[in-house]
Design a protein around this ligand. Structure first.
Ligand code: HEC
Length: 162
């Protein structure tokens, strides 16, 4: 009589061997050869210098935030747009005429964040650096927009923080 292992049908041996091989191949691929292992994904995420903003802090429009906005405007924007928004190198910001037709608070925040590249500028040879070239926080940009809106009635108040 043949021994027990010889009684196992060959198709089971092939199936078993195949699953074993696939398991070994999977282990080698994910823990040795593949550069995007879980460990390196963790490393990329934790040691990255790039901070992705997930929440924007939008200040409430009130006397205090408008006063903060005036201070920031004077240092970051007045050089090009004038101390009273009367214009200079950049256009005036105190009347209902807008070169870019952006009048909502949220739209102005986006414009100031992005600046205006030379290719997008309406005035030939002019441009505006992102954030006016300053390191302004998102909160400070909202405050500046509230300040502009406090002097310019054509700004449409659509801030979500009210
Ligand atoms: C280096 C000069 C410079 C600085 C600093 C600057 N801007 Fe500008 N800004 C410009 C110019 C130039 C334009 C117009 C570009 C064009 O012709 O399209 C402009 C356009 C704008 C517009 C669009 C106006 C319109 O009529 O559509 C807004 C709003 C604006 N600036 C806000 C700001 C604010 C707020 C700051 C400060 C955080 C700032 N800018 C700082 C030069 C500047």
């Amino acid at each position: 009589m043949s021994n027990e292992s010889n009684n196992i049908p060959s198709w089971i041996k092939i199936l078993f061997g195949g699953v074993l091989l696939a398991g070994v191949a999977y282990a080698v691929y994910f823990h040795a050869g593949n550069p995007t292992t879980h460990a390196s994904q963790f490393h990329n995420a934790v040691y990255s210098n790039v901070v992705k903003a997930t929440v924007e802090i939008i200040p409430v429009r009130n006397a205090a935030s408008i006063a903060n906005g005036e201070k920031s405007y004077k240092t970051a924007c007045a050089g090009c747009h004038g101390g009273n928004m009367e214009g200079g190198f950049g256009p005036n910001l105190n009347d209902g005429t807008w070169l870019h037709e952006i009048k909502t608070e949220s739209g102005l925040v986006r414009l100031i964040n992005m600046g205006i590249a030379p290719a997008d500028a309406k005035s030939p040879g002019k441009s505006m650096p992102p954030k006016g070239g300053q390191k302004l926080s998102g909160e400070q940009i909202w405050e500046i927009v509230y300040y502009i809106g406090s002097k310019n009635g054509s700004v449409i108040k659509d801030s979500p923080a009210q």
